[in-house]
Design a protein around this ligand. Structure first.
Ligand SMILES: NC(=O)c1ccc[n+]([C@@H]2O[C@H](COP(=O)([O-])OP(=O)(O)OC[C@H]3O[C@@H](n4cnc5c(N)ncnc54)[C@H](OP(=O)(O)O)[C@@H]3O)[C@@H](O)[C@H]2O)c1
Length: 269
C-alpha cells in the first residue's frame, strides 16, 4: 500500500527520543500507524528515521511529516535546514513539511519563509507542504502568496475542550486539512461527565472518544504515548462510530481551553 494522502490518524512523536523513543515508534508502526509527525525542534528526527528503516516497511508505506523551526526562516536558510532534516531522517524526501509556527513576534516577513517552503515542494524535497499554528489571517496571506491549493494542512491545538471552531471551519471551507495536536489534551479529559457517558455507552475510553470525534469531524489527529497499550488504545479509536447526537453533545463541551500559548505566538482567532 502506498500512502499518498495524509493518513488521518498519525503518531505524534514529541518526547519519543532515544532507544525508548525508537521502541515506541516501532510499536506504533507494528500496531498499524502509517504517519509519523516529527519536527526539527523535537530532537528526534534520527529516531524517526531509524524506526522507519528498522520497521521493514517500504518507504512509500509510511507518511513522514517534519516541521521547520522558525530559527531557520531567514532568507536562504530554510532549504539547507530541510536538507539536514532529511539527512537525520535518512530519507530523500519527506511527505509533508510544515512551518512549525508563524515567525515569533512577526520578526521575519511571512513572504520570506512561505516562498521558501513553496520551494521545498517545487524542488521535490517535500511532497506536500503545510503550516502549523497559523491563524485565519495568516492562512489568507499565505494562500495569496502560494495559491489556494498549496497548503495541505494546518496543524493546531484541537480537542473536545479546545475545539477552535472558527479556525477549523475556515480550514475546511478552504480545503485545508485540520490536523489536531494535543488531540487528547494530554490525557486530561477524564473528568468530563459528557465524555464519560459517551465513552461508557461505546465501551470505549475517553481518549478514544476524543479521537473518534476528531476523525468524525473530518480532521486528522496525531496522539502520542510512551506506552504500548495506550498507543494501541488510541489506534483502536478508528473503529468507534459516534452518532450525530454524540457528536453534538461533544461539540457542547468546548471550553476554549488552550494549553499551548507562548507569549511570542500569534494573535489567536
Ligand atoms: N505543531 C505544534 O506546535 C505541536 C504542538 C504540540 C504537539 N504537537 C504534535 O502533536 C502530538 C500530540 O500532542 P501531545 O503529545 O502534546 O499531546 P497528546 O497526544 O494530547 O497527549 C499525549 C500525553 O497523553 C498521555 N496519553 C496518551 N494516550 C493516552 C490515553 N489513551 N489515555 C490517557 N493518557 C494518554 C501520554 O502519556 P504517556 O506517554 O504516559 O502515555 C502523553 O503524556 C505531539 O507528539 C506532536 O507530534 C505539535
Amino acid at each position: 500500500m502506498t500512502v499518498r494522502t495524509i493518513p488521518k490518524l498519525g503518531f505524534g512523536t514529541y518526547g519519543r527520543t532515544g532507544p525508548e523513543g525508537i521502541s515506541a515508534l516501532l510499536a506504533a508502526l507494528e500496531i498499524g500507524y502509517r504517519h509519523l509527525d516529527t519536527a526539527q525542534d523535537y530532537g528526534n528526527e534520527s529516531e524517526v528515521g531509524a524506526a522507519v528503516a528498522r520497521s521493514g516497511l517500504a518507504r512509500d508505506d509510511v507518511f513522514v511529516t517534519t516541521k521547520i523551526a522558525p530559527r531557520h526562516y531567514a532568507k536562504g536558510n530554510l532549504l539547507p535546514s530541510l536538507h539536514e532534516s532529511l539527512d537525520r531522517l535518512g530519507l530523500e524526501q519527506v511527505d509533508l513539511t510544515l512551518l512549525h509556527w508563524p515567525s515569533p513576534n512577526g520578526e521575519i516577513e511571512l513572504g520570506d519563509y512561505v516562498e521558501q517552503i513553496a520551494e521545498a515542494k517545487q524542488s521535490g524535497l517535500s511532497r506536500l507542504i503545510g503550516v502549523s499554528n497559523f491563524t485565519i489571517d495568516l492562512l489568507q496571506q499565505t494562500m495569496a502568496i502560494v495559491g489556494e491549493d498549496a497548503i495541505a494542512t494546518n496543524q493546531f491545538e484541537l480537542n473536545p475542550h479546545m475545539q477552535n471552531k472558527r479556525l477549523a471551519d475556515f480550514c475546511q471551507a478552504n480545503g485545508i486539512l485540520v490536523t489536531c495536536y494535543l488531540p487528547i489534551a494530554h490525557g486530561t479529559l477524564g473528568d468530563d461527565p459528557v465524555l464519560q457517558r459517551i465513552a461508557a455507552a461505546h465501551g470505549a475510553t475517553i481518549a478514544q472518544v476524543a479521537l473518534a470525534f476528531e476523525l468524525a469531524k473530518g480532521y486528522a489527529a496525531i496522539p502520542t504515548s510512551s506506552k504500548v497499550e495506550r498507543i494501541r488504545e488510541n489506534f483502536a479509536s478508528q473503529s468507534i462510530v459516534l452518532s450525530p447526537t454524540d457528536i453534538r453533545d461533544i461539540e457542547s463541551v468546548d471550553q476554549g481551553r488552550r494549553r499551548i500559548d507562548p507569549a511570542w505566538g500569534p494573535d489567536w482567532d
